[in-house]
Ligand binder design. Sequence first.
Ligand code: FES
Ligand SMILES: [Fe+2]
Length: 406
Amino acid sequence: MAMTMTTMMLKPTSPIFILQTKSLKRRNFKVFSLRNPETSSLGPQALVAQFDPKIPIEEAITPPSSWYTDPSFYTFELDRIFYRGWQAVGCTEQIKRLHEFFTGRLGNVEFVVCRGDDGKVHAFHNVCRHHASILAYGSGRKSCFVCPYHGWTYGLDGALLKATRITGIKNFVENEFGLIPIKVATWGPFVLLNMERDADTDLDIVADEWLGSSSEVLSNNMVESSLSYVCRREYTIECNWKVFCDNYLDGGFHVPYAHKGLASGLKLDSYSTTICERVSIQKCVGGSGENDYDRLGSKALYAFVYPNFMINRYGPWMDTNLVLPLGPRKCLVVFDYFLEASLKDDKAFIERSLKDSERVQMEDVMLCEGVQRGLESPAFSVGRYAPSVENAMHHFHCLLYDSLIK
Ligand code: FES
Ligand SMILES: [Fe+2]
């Protein structure tokens, strides 16, 4: 009888499944496989429970592959992780001047951020109140938003200024049809949004909620206000957004294997990780040779801000990586580069540095896409941690668990 590859591999009697189950059961781990029919129909809450944050890293198993592949889990985590708390979405550079705006999407939330007539930063759902058209596209400068569909017009404060062709309409109160606001705040050069309606936008509270006790370390050692904005690079990657984060959080483990060029400019045995509430900071001493030394400088700091934002400081550079989920197996990573002001006109240095950085990103893209394919394979259900280096990754998984059970 013909048996498809999938049915064959789905069977819980498959040698791979039994092997993995046996070896992990010996250690009293609860083991599940996404490909196991008994668990493949579990809802998101049951999938969350498959990771146990109380198990110490030495004995812990990673979250199951379903966290990285299951569409219902993806919808669930958008709600629990991205639609709650402060989320980085862009840079103040994008809205430096009056009337500048940028748009974006976080999960299913379409947003527009702008600097209004009053000089204040505003954010709204970027959805027309007439028939739901996306209102503004891309970024730029405008004194009002005119809907491309039927011309309803909104001010930069969100007020509906003009509703077209409404002659004869009844029970319509124009000022009840303004754009729906989103809570917005800035911290240093970063723009943050919070989808919760009652979020407090007081700067100290935002800093505390977003960065906790690391806000001082970050503002003193990493995010100097004197840095100049250089450019943006974007990478669409065929992997779950958490795969990219995990890759970032392995304490430099993959660097000597996968980034041989980068490894030669870093003293990898100097890697150390500090974990705070929602931030982990990896440090590494840089520079073995004089030639590549200038891009990486004498030390590198890599801060991960839960859930999806990375701030990297090395030599005269700072770059940030924003990992935006685009679906269970797709994400967009946005790199913004900042440089010490004294070097901002050194075109050759900038070009060389960006090229080096691009090479590292392409190496990471390959790794992450390879991991995603492995996670989707019936051969894998859960993995293990390297306790001496992967503690920031374990911490990330524990934070995810905390958000998901709330
Ligand atoms: S959808 Fe915007 S004016 Fe009709
Ligand atoms: Fe990497």
